[in-house]
Design a protein around this ligand. Sequence first.
Ligand code: PGA
Length: 252
Amino acid sequence: MRKNIVAGNWKMNKTFQEAEELIDQIVVGMEKNSLKCEVIACPPALYLEMASDYAEESRIHIGAQNVSEHEKGAFTGETAAPMLASVDIEYCIVGHSERRKYFHETNEQLAKKVDILLDYGIKPIFCCGEVLEEREKEIHFDVVKKQLEESLFHLNEDEFSNIVVAYEPVWAIGTGKTASPEQAQEMHAFIRSLIAEKYGTKTSDEVSILYGGSCNPGNAKTLFANKDVDGGLIGGASLKAEDFLKIASAFE
Ligand code: PGA
């Protein structure tokens, strides 16, 4: 069955103590509310083990923000999939637009990251989305299609069933400019139709497609009310437990 998911991408924020406090507040808040979604926190790599300990004792799930496409070796500063697996990390964001922009990650490289995560039993949260210029030129559907084709569509059906897709229009990330519910639904339906064409409707019905980009407690409900929007990947608003929990409560 298709899952509703709210995932928090903390990016490069919080000290260890602040991270522990935030995760604690989220876990306590989740105990008090019966949420109709799976909740994932993606803290910086340094805090994953601490966060993973919380996941053992509660309903929270933990994801990393990035992984190396290599399994091990002389890659200073990188984190490998077997390392994530060794501290029981369940998810990993792949292809966030900040990684594409600042670290020049390519679709081909992302395909390798997806593969190595699946090899180690970690579910990729695969980010796709167009920049403003591409939307203005009306090539946003082509851009997203290419991202999916080049980084995901080499997978077989079984492998693909472990993928979560996050549509994040780059012009909406951290800008306070959210895609309208209609724009989000339109792209999500398009993504689901591509998945249906490639893998069949059983797979496309089951894949969770999250929206990301200035999602907040004020707009989450109208975004999540769309039939192909199965939750959100939340940046800024995931850094305050109260806001994050409000977003996670936004499912009807
Ligand atoms: P934002 O970030 O919610 O701060 O716009 C979303 C993301 O980058 O995943």
